[in-house]
Ligand binder design. Structure first.
Ligand code: SF4
Length: 358
C-alpha cells in the first residue's frame, strides 16, 4: 500500500513534541545535541533497554565527558565502565572509533555521513541515528522498533529489509529529520509495542493498515527461533595462596579485552577435569592438577549457549604465561572486583571464591 508520508510526518512530530520521554541524552526541544553523547547513547542502546542504559550513560558521561577523555582512557577502564552491559564489542569499537576521531578529526565527531561511517563499528543504523539527531541530516534509520511500526503501517507480515530502509528514506526528508526518526522509534517503544499495542493512543491509527485489518498483534510475524548450539566449557580456577589466576582475553575473541578465568571447550568424551588441565597447558603453558568441581554457570550469547564448569586447580609445574591470551595476572580474591569481568565469569568468581564480589 502507499503511505501518506507528509501526514505521517506531521502527526508524528506533533505527537513527539507532546509525548517524548525525557532521557539524559536527549537535548531539550530546539537545543543542539552533543554528537558524542548522541553517539554514545545509540551504541549503548543497541540490544539494551533504556532503563538499563540510563545509569550506565550517566556514569560514563561523568567519567569520560568528552571525546578526548575517552580517547585517552586505557581499554581496561573503558571495559570496566561497560561491565554488565554485555556485547562488549560495542565498547571496544566505540573506544577505537573515538580514538580515531581524536587523532584524525581533531576531536570533532564528523558530521559528514561518509566520514562517520568509515569509523570502526559504525553501521547503517548508528550512522543514520547520529547524522539525523546530532547533525539534522536527512538520513534514515531502521531498528527493531521502526521495523515493527512500518510492518504494521503496511500490514506486512514479513517486511524485506531493503523495503523498510526505502520507507525510512521516504519518511525522513523535511524539517527536523532527527525528531522524525526519534518519533517513530519512540512510538514503537512506548505505544506500538510488540504485544498489545496501545492503538487508542496512537497518532496515526487512521493511516495504519494493520489497525484497519485488526492484525496488529501478528505484524510482523514472529521469526522462528533456531535452537542455539551448546558449548561445554571447562574453567580452571587456578589458586596460589590467596590469589587466583585471571587472563585477559585476546581483543579479537568473543569478550575480547575482558578479564576472565582461563577456559577450554570440552571435547567429546573428554572429562571436565581433563579439559581444565588442557586449558591450562594450551593457554598458559603450565601443568595443573584438577581438583574439586566448584560451580556450573549457564550463559546465553547471541549465537551460542555456554555452560561453564569451574574446577579448582593447583599448579604442578611451570609459571603461567599468556600463550593464548593477551595477559595473565595473579589477583587476590578480594581485588577481583577491580577487573572488568563478563557476567558469567563474575558468577563463577562469586561461587568459587572465598570472598563474595562487591
Ligand atoms: S495503530 Fe496500533 S498498530 Fe498501528 S501504528 Fe498505531 S499503535 Fe501501531
Amino acid at each position: 500500500m502507499s503511505l501518506d508520508f507528509p501526514t505521517l510526518r506531521s502527526r508524528l512530530l506533533a505527537w513527539y513534541d507532546a509525548a517524548r520521554r525525557d532521557l539524559p541524552w536527549r537535548a531539550a526541544p530546539g537545543a543542539a545535541s552533543d554528537p558524542y553523547h548522541v553517539w554514545l547513547s545509540e551504541v549503548m542502546l543497541q540490544q539494551t533497554r533504556v532503563e538499563t542504559v540510563r545509569p550506565y550513560y550517566e556514569r560514563w558521561v561523568a567519567r569520560f565527558p568528552t571525546v578526548q577523555a575517552l580517547a585517552a582512557a586505557p581499554l581496561d577502564d573503558v571495559l570496566k565502565a561497560w561491565e554488565g552491559l554485555g556485547y562488549y564489542r560495542r565498547a571496544r569499537n566505540f573506544h577505537r572509533a573515538v580514538q580515531e576521531v581524536a587523532a584524525r578529526h581533531g576531536g570533532r565527531v564528523p558530521g559528514e555521513p561518509e566520514a562517520f561511517r568509515a569509523l570502526p563499528g559504525v553501521g547503517r543504523y548508528t550512522a543514520g541515528a547520529v547524522m539525523s539527531i546530532a547533525f539534522g541530516r536527512e538520513e534514515p534509520v531502521v531498528d527493531g522498533n521502526v521495523r515493527r511500526v512500518f510492518a504494521r503501517w503496511t500490514d506486512d507480515p514479513a517486511p524485506a529489509v531493503d523495503a523498510q530502509w526505502r520507507m525510512a528514506a521516504a519518511l525522513v526528508p523535511g524539517e527536523r529529520p532527527g525528531d522524525v526518526n526519534q518519533a517513530v522509534m519512540e512510538l514503537g517503544a512506548t505505544v506500538c509495542t510488540p504485544r498489545n499495542p496501545r492503538c487508542g493512543a496512537c497518532p496515526v491509527r487512521d493511516l495504519c493498515a494493520a489497525f484497519a485489518a485488526g492484525t496488529q498483534n501478528e505484524r510482523p510475524a514472529p521469526k522462528k527461533a533456531k535452537p542455539l548450539p551448546h558449548e561445554d566449557t571447562a574453567v580452571p580456577v587456578i589458586q596460589r595462596g590467596g590469589d587466583v589466576l585471571l587472563v585477559r582475553r585476546p581483543v579479537a575473541a568473543r569478550l575480547g579485552g575482558m578479564w576472565a578465568f582461563p577456559q577450554a571447550i570440552r571435547h567429546d568424551a573428554e572429562s571436565v577435569a581433563a579439559a581444565a588441565e588442557r586449558a591450562a597447558a594450551e593457554g598458559l603453558n603450565v601443568a595443573v592438577r584438577a581438583g574439586e568441581a566448584l560451580a556450573s554457570v549457564d550463559h546465553v550469547f547471541t549465537h551460542v549457549r555456554a555452560t561453564y564448569h569451574a574446577v579448582r586447580c593447583t599448579v604442578v609445574s611451570g609459571e603461567p604465561r599468556a600463550v593464548r591470551y593477551d595477559d595473565v595476572a595473579w589477583v587476590p580474591w578480594a581485588r577481583i572486583g577491580d577487573y572488568a569481568l563478563p557476567v558469567a565469569q563474575k558468577r563463577i568468581a562469586a561461587l568459587a571464591g572465598p570472598h563474595p564480589l562487591a
